[in-house]
Design a protein around this ligand. Sequence first.
Ligand SMILES: Nc1ncnc2c1ncn2[C@@H]1O[C@H](COP(=O)(O)OP(=O)(O)O[C@H]2O[C@H](CO)[C@@H](O)[C@H](O)[C@H]2O)[C@@H](O)[C@H]1O
Length: 805
Amino acid sequence: MASIGSSPLIPECKTESSSVILNSRSYHYGPRLPFFSNLPRKALQSSRFGSLGLCNGLISSRGQLRRTKPLRAIDKDSEAGDTRDVSEDALQATIEKSKKVLAMQRDLLQQIAERRKLISSIKSTTVDSGEDETSYEQGDSFFPNTRIIDDKNTAENQKGRTLTSTVSPSTKEQKPETLPSAAIREFSERENEPEIDLPNENVHPQVDPVKQSKDSSLGADWSHPLPSFLSSNSKASPLKDEKGVNLEKPSLQLAKLPTLKDEKKVNSEEPSLQLVHDEKDDPSKEEAKLPPLARANVMNVILVAAECAPWSKTGALCTSDIDVLRVLIGGLGDVAGALPKALARRGHRVMVVAPRYGNYAEAKDTGVRKRYRVAGQDFEVAYFQAYIDGVDFVFIDTHMFHHMEQNIYGGNRVDILRRMVLFCKAAVEVPWHVPCGGVCYGDGNLAFIANDWHTALLPVYLKAYYRDSGLMTYTRSTLVIHNIAHQGRGPVEDFFLVDLPEHYIDLFKLYDPVGGEHFNIFAAGLKTADRIVTVSHGYAWELKTSEGGWGLHGIINENDWKLRGIVNGIDTKEWNPQYDIHLTTDGYTNYSLETLQTGKAQCKAALQEELGLPIRGDVPVIGFIGRLDQQKGVDLIAEAIPWMVGQDVQLIMLGTGRPDLEQMLRQFEIQHQDKVRGWVGFSVKTAHRITAGADILLMPSRFEPCGLNQLYAMNYGTVPVVHAVGGLRDTVQPFNPFEESGLGWTFDSAESGKLIHALGNCLWTYREYKKSWEGLQRRGMMQDLSWDKAAQNYEEVLVAAKYQW
Ligand SMILES: Nc1ncnc2c1ncn2[C@@H]1O[C@H](COP(=O)(O)OP(=O)(O)O[C@H]2O[C@H](CO)[C@@H](O)[C@H](O)[C@H]2O)[C@@H](O)[C@H]1O
């Protein structure tokens, strides 16, 4: 075909009478403008274009119809009447030709649309036929003593199940000896891959089964060649229309990610790739479409947690006896609600699996029902699903979870254990059974992220029931330690409740001076997980010490090679003074770095008024938010109270937990009505308002794996005073008055004297050095505390696990 546009970016087609340049970037079905108005200016100006018979003399360099000037010129040089007739005839003829060209263009578009339909139907047929071969018996569950009942096989479910079965148990496994090297080869190739324009949808993707199949194959079978019609290297003759326009480019994207060798080719084919999408693409939106940050590392990720904000986040008193301490978590819920969104923003397909403790309006029943056996009893579970901010949230529903949101870790030891066993058993099979956007995640290219002891059984089940049996071969698990103090301890006999092969008992057995020989779920999870993450670098170090490891330091040291500290981020949508929904009423106001001084002062006044404290701008307001237990160092505050009330300060404490500490808060308030407020309870709104209205946030935690409140505080221009442990040491650089650097005050041991010293310096700076104070506030607010950096680090861990054999 003759080349009209010299640029390879402009595909061409030639009609009987003329050549027409089709710029696929500005291609519309049913032209909204005359076709030439969509042409790029360069093309319009090109001499080649100027020589086109059809357009010669019609289109100006601005792409407008030129008619007045040439006509006038003719008028001048010839006998008026005849010449004008001739010119008008010519114009008429040209208009007719233009109409014809437009009609042909419409026809061509029609043909392209039909071809596209044809391509997609061929692909889905092929995928479907693959399903038949590999689908496994419906309702199969791989736990012993587990059987499936009453599985409502919706069309969606059916589709999802069979699709994922391409990597399911019955899939013919590839030759093991060839895999590792193939995997390594593939990995090194991918490292060099160029950035390419992969779709990064923000609307719920009706998952393309072909793409999903490809995704799975990334992890499931690196060595399998793609069906020839899906492969960009296919020798099969490309699908072309009569005019020779290559209609097959779409499959390039669906087939595989390009290697370095393909880079040039991909670039030159970009317009055709665009063609696939432009049915719903508006060129103006193109800029918003960025390649996924994860690029070739895109994976299916399932985060499994016992709580997830905003639906469930612990704060209420839990009367658990499974641990030495009462179990109260809260930060875990925040992490489970926010990290997955950041991973999704990087381009991963991400799901959160959590128990359905209540009736969550957003989540709809998928119709899928499974039955799992726990400690000799059958439990039916249902799956509810919602798609929010690019993440699939799947809630596991069973009567054991109902009405537990105020007491997530409550009940007797065996009850809690049974709940967690059921949760983990059901969660590990979610990628097989629960369709999201029409298609299940499948078990290829899949990474689980389990959190704390509650889901530490998941890596164990993944190994014992699947990977040991050659199933879920390409699924990996990472276990995140948010708090090692809670481990799921019990007597050794508890092993028989978790329903595992007997030789697994050694993974759970642990001896320590506190518990003697006992059953320890966290221990088994840490040994079995492919990778371990904890929520700060400082805590990663502390975990390896006998003081910080709470009896698990030996195991953590042995598994140091797979441990990494990643500091938590914060949900900058939820915890942002500029958009905080809790600051829009009752005299509060949203504020930003620009309006910090006025906005924060207004929030402070509103807080004082709401809590019935004297409304004074000059008095420093000190806040504390957290669980009332030994970890959070409330007792250090108690010891410092006599000193504090001697200062001109206001102290606001929000918390719930140990009854004695709750009572202590009430007592402080009664004794110091004009200075102290002790709010006993769990109130997200009040937590936000204290964070905005206080000048100082106190966090004297005895240990703190990461800590979120100090991060929230800094984002709101509230200056932290913290005990330098774990994540607090990582995130609060001490103020240096000589260099005007740092973010707050730290003290190096959990003693009330040290707390008083640090707080004293802080108060002095607040009163005497206003400029320095503002600098502290502004530096805190200017940090990037979002989850994006942490998500990138998590991604590195997941990828390392994926290629670990
Ligand atoms: N009474 C109350 N009312 C309203 N909100 C309240 C509240 N008490 C606490 N919260 C909120 O609960 C969350 C607690 O966050 P923390 O970082 O203190 O987590 P926690 O110690 O529970 O979890 C563990 O996991 C997290 C996440 O990894 C680690 O940061 C942490 O160090 C580790 O101990 C915050 O959002 C806080 O505002």
